[in-house]
Design a protein around this ligand. Structure first.
Ligand SMILES: Cc1cc2nc3c(=O)[nH]c(=O)nc-3n(C[C@H](O)[C@H](O)[C@H](O)COP(=O)(O)OP(=O)(O)OC[C@H]3O[C@@H](n4cnc5c(N)ncnc54)[C@H](O)[C@@H]3O)c2cc1C
Length: 421
């Protein structure tokens, strides 16, 4: 496999043109934080690493948008934006790049308030498999001008082209915020509170759930002493008075659902520390089994089905000999399990796959999806036909063939190999 580090769109275009001419596969590469084998190269070829293209090209404070090269990380971008009182509200894995985030249609803990990458990108510049460069939209906030090419590329996982430039919507850093935590006797109580909070009409900016095993992992990894019970974490934002009002309403909902130990933080450092724990929850799991690997499920269902899905998954997980944790972006109906297994033990691998399968099929039976945010890569291809139907997959394949007739862009990913038209 050859590695390229382009410094400009023109260099990307030249590399792609030459690969197309010689039918050489290309894997675009951002922060490599994706989880479903997106950046594997089963057919060899060329890797285009975007890490040298991370300039901010223009910031429009009054329009609340920014134009960046696609290799910039979301954390670097937020450091740049902070002095201007603005931020970009999507927070996937630390180290993820804006290009990779577009390509996976990612979200994160703030999606419950601000939407996913689909809702926060205004336009893109993309090098197509032919080497031609396309700009997908103007800088206007909304447009009804033709096919939505921006959203075609968002979520295409490097299979339709290389994203070189992105125009993003920005948000004002909230005037005031409070982070709250509380515990529940069962995970169903916690899930029920998530649903009741969303139905109350309160616009929480984060609503995250961890089960007792995940809290144990956090304690082990961070030398903490949090109560090892199903736990919800909330963030409320707005004016001081509005935040106080939201906190009181949610506190009442919690007390009606057997919640306890309600604590909240207003100090900026304490809040940062709490969210850091949540953001690093996946890595914390390895503190319990350092030699093991993790299989991570990422299912999402309509919100009203969340409590049922989590309860029935949890029964299955607790009965398994493997260590499994639950983490959920509960306000979106999106939940992950981290299943730890010894990669040298075939029976453990099979058990991890069985649990993952169980959760995906249960979510699909509830009108859900096999991936709320991590994307398809190679890992989720096998579920797409059941979720979307063969006609949808054939349509994807037609689009792929029209744009990439030599199948050079990230081949072997996203569209299952048996699909033809
Ligand atoms: C600890 C941890 C927590 C996470 N939390 C979340 C979460 O809360 N929400 C969430 O959605 N995800 C989460 N993720 C998953 C991951 O961070 C996201 O999928 C992220 O969007 C991947 O971005 P990346 O830059 O790392 O992309 P990569 O892993 O480098 O690539 C991902 C895909 O995008 C393609 N790609 C990359 N750059 C480009 C480009 N410029 N043009 C075209 N295609 C490109 C690649 O070919 C590949 O198919 C988490 C991961 C970790 C490790």
């Amino acid at each position: 496999m050859s590695l390229f580090y382009p410094r400009s769109e023109e260099e990307v275009s030249n590399i792609v043109k030459s690969c197309d001419k010689h039918k050489v596969p290309i894997v675009p590469y951002g922060g490599a934080t994706s989880i479903e084998g997106h950046t594997l190269s089963p057919h060899g070829g060329v890797c285009i690493d975007m890490s040298l293209m991370k300039n901010v090209k223009a910031l429009h404070v009054e329009d609340m948008d920014v134009v960046v090269e696609s290799g910039i990380g979301w954390m670097e971008l937020n450091e740049y934006l902070e002095p201007h009182g603005l931020f970009f509200p999507l927070d996937p894995g630390p180290g993820a790049t804006i290009g990779g985030m577009c390509a996976t249609r990612c979200s994160g803990s703030l999606a419950v308030r601000y939407g996913t990458m689909r809702d926060n990108v205004i336009s893109l510049k993309v090098v197509l498999p032919s080497g031609d460069v396309v700009k997908t939209a103007s800088r206007a906030r909304k447009s009804a001008a033709g096919y939505d090419l921006t959203r075609l590329v968002i979520g295409s996982e490097g299979t339709l082209g290389v994203i070189t430039e992105v125009t993003l919507r920005l948000q004002k850093i909230p005037q005031h915020s409070v982070v709250a935590m509380c515990n529940f006797p069962t995970i169903k109580d916690a899930a029920d509170v998530s649903i009741a909070t969303m139905l109350s009409g309160i616009q929480v900016s984060r609503l995250e759930l961890m089960d007792e095993v995940q809290v144990r992992a956090v304690n082990v990894a961070n030398d903490k002493n949090l109560p090892e019970l199903p736990t919800l974490m909330f963030e409320f934002i707005g004016t001081e008075a509005y935040v106080r009002e939201q906190t009181l309403i949610v506190q009442k909902i919690i007390s009606e659902h057997r919640g306890s130990d309600f604590v909240f933080a207003e100090d900026p450092e304490a809040k940062k520390e709490l969210w850091k724990i949540r953001k690093e929850a996946l890595w914390a799991c390895f503190a319990m089994e350092p030699e093991y690997e993790a299989m991570i499920s990422d299912v999402c269902v309509p919100l009203s089905r969340l409590a049922e899905l989590i309860s029935c998954s949890k029964k299955e997980l607790d009965a398994s000999p493997l260590v499994c944790t639950v983490i959920a972006h509960a306000g979106d109906g999106n939940f992950h399990t981290v299943i730890l297994f010894d990669p040298n033990q075939e029976d453990q691998k099979r058990e991890a796959e069985r649990l993952n399968n169980f959760m995906v099929h249960t979510a699909l039976s509830m009108e859900g999806t096999c991936t709320g945010e991590h994307g398809v890569g190679t890992g989720k291809m096998k579920y797409l036909e059941k979720e979307l139907g063969i006609e949808a997959l054939k349509t994807m394949k037609r689009i792929k063939n029209a744009l990439d007739p030599n199948n050079i862009m990230n081949p072997g990913k996203l569209i299952p190999p048996h699909v033809c038209f």
